[in-house]
Design a binder for this molecule. Sequence first.
Ligand SMILES: [Mn+2]
Length: 317
Amino acid sequence: MSVEELYQSPWNFLGLPEELARPSRARGWLLPIPYESTTSYGAGTREGPAAILAASRQVELYDQEYDGEPAAEYGIHTLNPLGLVHRSPEAMVKAVEEAVSSLLSASPRPEVLGVLGGEHTLSAGVARGLARVMPRDTLVAVQVDAHADLRDEYEGSPFSHACAARRILDVCPVFQVGIRNLSSGEAAFRRSSKRVRTIFSEEANDPGSRFLKDLAGFVRNKRVFITIDLDGLDPSIMPAVGTPEPGGISWELLLQIVRTVCSHAVQVPVFDVVELAPIPGFRAPDFLAAKLVYKLFSYTLVKGKKRTASKRRSRHE
Ligand SMILES: [Mn+2]
């Protein structure tokens, strides 16, 4: 046994060897943002990024969908967590915007930047940062969520978690899936807006998943920001969220949604996975989130490569 073997793997996403985690080598970068401020019900999203990183060390690099170890090819660099600004939600969103735009325009820079939340508020900063470095008319967002998040302000702030999609909408059109809780004001707004398309949970779960065809059309020739609020998932598989809602998206459907986006978009430069509020001693949700982040990197970075599961995929993918 060599001296190195006495130690655990490095403390980064997936526990990758240093060689695969260097910024100059890694095509995917991961930015943890343990921000929590405006959460209205259950708290704990500030613990989300650390729980996902810890769980990721137990995720196998081998993925049977690829019959290989995709991360060993593209590499993932885990950044230090973003410093938190507690002055105001707006100041925090600004900090996220600055970080995302500078990461995406520096050299070296990631082909795909993953962001770990933290509360959904930070997605407004991700969208704004992206819009500073990409032509705005080519950008769209795909949101998986239980909540429409279309309020123009909530509890006095336009930068609340309940306004996440509305602030993204300031930047680009939004296609939202899994929605099953919204206010009458949000319902009226989404009916009047041409920039938002809402697939409610019931429609998303219709056999045949016909909405995937519309989703493919929405992202075609576009650059896509994928924002996944984990409460979009069925709470029986994802109870570790601040505001669990009955109904929702299965693990398999979520992967189908992401595969559909990745195979029809020009590019997915950024995704985020937000709102994990870990339940002490209950690891399944943390592990789901970690595995989801790995799948997101693989779907975005191994685009075009044949997957072994291709026969099972729907015709819309
Ligand atoms: Mn939500």
